[in-house]
Write a protein that binds this ligand. Structure first.
Ligand SMILES: [Zn+2]
Length: 104
């Protein structure tokens, strides 16, 4: 989309769901669920926002990761919720699991 006043507009906040191109890139990065020890294939997985959409996270590949539905469900999205199962973050280009009770 091209704005008359701003030129090309960043659409990362326009669509909550990953595009086909983004899904292809994410499956190449993680052929299986990115949660440590999980082998669910990416094609049966979901695309999870590392910074949650409802907290302003963008739909771009740097903020997305392949997770199975189970691990997408248990990943801690709410920074104010009681710690339970930890969460995935991207550090230096790599997806890492961050245990509960660690600072963010
Ligand atoms: Zn999984």
């Amino acid at each position: 989309i091209i704005s008359r006043t701003q030129g090309p507009v960043d659409l990362y906040r326009f669509d909550r769901f990953a595009s086909v191109k983004q899904r292809t890139m994410l499956a190449a990065e993680h052929p299986t669920c990115a949660w440590p020890g999980c082998n669910t294939p990416a094609e049966r997985g979901q695309f999870h926002h590392l910074t949650p959409w409802k907290h302003g996270g963008e739909t771009n590949v740097a903020n997305l990761v392949t997770l199975c539905s189970y691990h997408n469900g248990i990943n801690e999205d709410d920074p104010n919720a009681p710690p339970r199962r930890g969460r995935l973050t991207r550090q230096g280009g790599t997806i890492v699991w961050q245990p509960p009770h660690t600072s963010r």
